[in-house]
Design a binder for this molecule. Sequence first.
Ligand SMILES: *[C@@H]1O[C@H](CO)[C@@H](O)[C@H](O)[C@H]1NC(C)=O
Length: 796
Amino acid sequence: MTKDKASIVRSFHSVYIIILIVGTIIQFSDENDFAVNKSNKGLIHVPKDLPPKTEVLDISQNYISELHLSDISFLTGLKVLRLSHNRLQYLDISIFKFNQDLEYLDLSHNQLQKISCHPITSLKHLDLSFNDFDALPICKEFGNLTQLNFLGLSAKHLQQLDLLPVAHLHLSGILLDLESYYVKEHETESLQILNTKTLHLVFHPNNFFSVQANISVNSLGCLQLSNIKLNDENCHLLIKFLSELTRGPNLLNLTLNHVETTWRCLVRVFQFLWSKPVEYLNIYNLTVVKSIDKEDFTYSETSLKALKIEHVTNRVFLFSQTAVYTVFSEMNIMMLTISDTPFIHMLCPQATSTFKFLNFTQNVLTDSIFQKCSTLVRLETLILQKNKLKDLFKVGLMTKDMPSLEILDVSWNSLEYDRHDRNCTWAESILVLNLSSNILTDSVFTCLPPRVKVLDLHSNRIASIPENVVSLEALQELNVAFNSLAHLPECGTFSSLSVLTIDYNSISNPSAHFFQSCQKIRSINAGNNPFQCTCDLREFIQSIGQVSREVVEGWPDSYKCDYPGSYKGTLLKDFHVSPLSCNTALLIVTIVVTGLVLAITVTVLCICFDLPWYLRMMCQWTQTRHRSRNIHLEKLQGTLQFHAFISYSEHDSAWVKNELVPCLEKEGIRICLHERNFVPGKSIVENIINCIEKSYKSIFVLSPNFVQSEWCHYELYFAHHNLFHEGSNNLILILLEPIPQNSIPSKYHKLKALMAQRTYLEWPKEKSKHGLFWANIKASFNVKLILTTENNDVKT
Ligand SMILES: *[C@@H]1O[C@H](CO)[C@@H](O)[C@H](O)[C@H]1NC(C)=O
């Protein structure tokens, strides 16, 4: 049942994934087919050859100065039109009347002075900012843009009811560019914006802030001001400007971008905001100019929760550091972020501090920060990433009086620990410690907070994890990637370890014991190590196979053999060696057993099938074939009439006539037999010599009878003599019956010598072996001879 369910769910999943993929492909092709990008092409006109199906058209950053109905009216599916950074001076919005689907129209950064109106009810995003409008370009038709979400505007002057036509719309954002705004003499303008969640005002980047307008927004939640240039004289203008905007109870988020100010003015702005409902204040790209002096600050009760200052440039060179740091260190807020600044220090708050979160990333803070500081009792998170910290011991000491500290990030410093003589002290409350990207070595394991749960030590110089370290029983996550560890750790000291990241180290032979030792492991990433693919690794690979796939991060792709060369790059998954080559005992046993089996087989073959005889015959056969191939035929031809002369004892004639001769003649071998071919009238000796000389080979059928026959010895003598004359192996000895060595009379030493020197063919008793015997004999005649006929020879 459950299995069925699971498979149904799985197939559902795969169908869903396929739909997703198909969907993405369609979307992609959509984009490819219907999006046209002609941005930054030096265009003077809208191109005429646009595909009518175009949905997204980008012709921004060109030199287009006019837009006509005919340019785009045929793009009936147009949804997005980007026309920013062109040279339009006038626009008749009614030219979009045929683009019923137009949702996004960006006309910012042109030179528009005038627009004529027409409602395009589909519009969601309309950007008219950074143009040359004198008054806000609001038509009463905009009141019909019920879908409108974002409105970008620009103006040199403001009038209170300019935005009345759109007051009933629920906008989520208004961008109001006041770059070219200028103040009419002795006149304060005002503007009422009724409904928007966020308002972004942009002032002139180089002029001192001078806007004297009362802008009020009802339900503003988020205000962003860009380009604010302040000095001690115009500081009050910004404060006045802000006081109207920050009146509403909902403004929780205030962001200032690109602020250039004196220190005094900045502190005044802080002081002003301290009593406002703003909860989150962000200042990005702050430049401090002129001078820095000690400023008084009253830390009254505040709604402010978090102050974030990122990227500070200080143009003041002589000043008291304390004047700056005191303002921040005494702040009665929960979260403070000061990053990417030239701050070299931060003071310890004088009284019990409200800080829970401090982020001082990327400054130039040193080890002296917060030493002997016992007022940060509520501090839970301290981030000192990318500073100039050097001594881990001092970092530990710093935390000693921070009883609530749970998260400490001191990554990207130059931390070392070499004070083995002194015991480190840490806040016991620390749960997460980030020591990554420092220059710590093995000794770091003797200087760690005792209850740490998450420890990040990646990118350090750790070569091994010492065995006798203080036990870190609470440690659950350990990251030691990018070090030079050679082994996986034992979990004896880390009994709770459940996540281990140890990729990019020098582990060549991870022990399979790891998984037994670390029972609680939920996830291990040991990829990208230089694995040595030898027998020892098999156990580890097997043990990986036993744990579930999700446990081993990056398996199988990040696990590759590095050594030996023949396996380099092979995935561990695909690395297989036979158990035999890895187990010496098994190897020896196998060799011995195989040897024994072979020996027994050979013995059995010898006993049952007379293997040596076969071997001998085979050997001769190959030798003969080889020899016969090397014979110079020309020499032999002409004088020969027969292939063979056979010498045998009378007693063996039955075998010769019934077996040997028929068999040879069947193969076309011509035989000289004395009773058949001897020429009458010649002496026996003459006949024998004649016969031997006219034959290519001489076959001697040896048997005890042969030894007894005198004639046979003569024949043998002549044949042998002939043999030496010719220098070729013309004797074939067939041993018909075994001849005891001592039965050969000593005067026949020739025969004795021949039998000793030369190999002979034994006539086997078993019928099954006869085939090979005959093959051997025939092989001796494996020569094509052109024999002269007997008659011719007789005549010569
Ligand atoms: C430690 O800091 C580094 C960057 O400095 C970051 O990538 C890493 O995620 C942090 N580790 C933890 C456990 O938060």
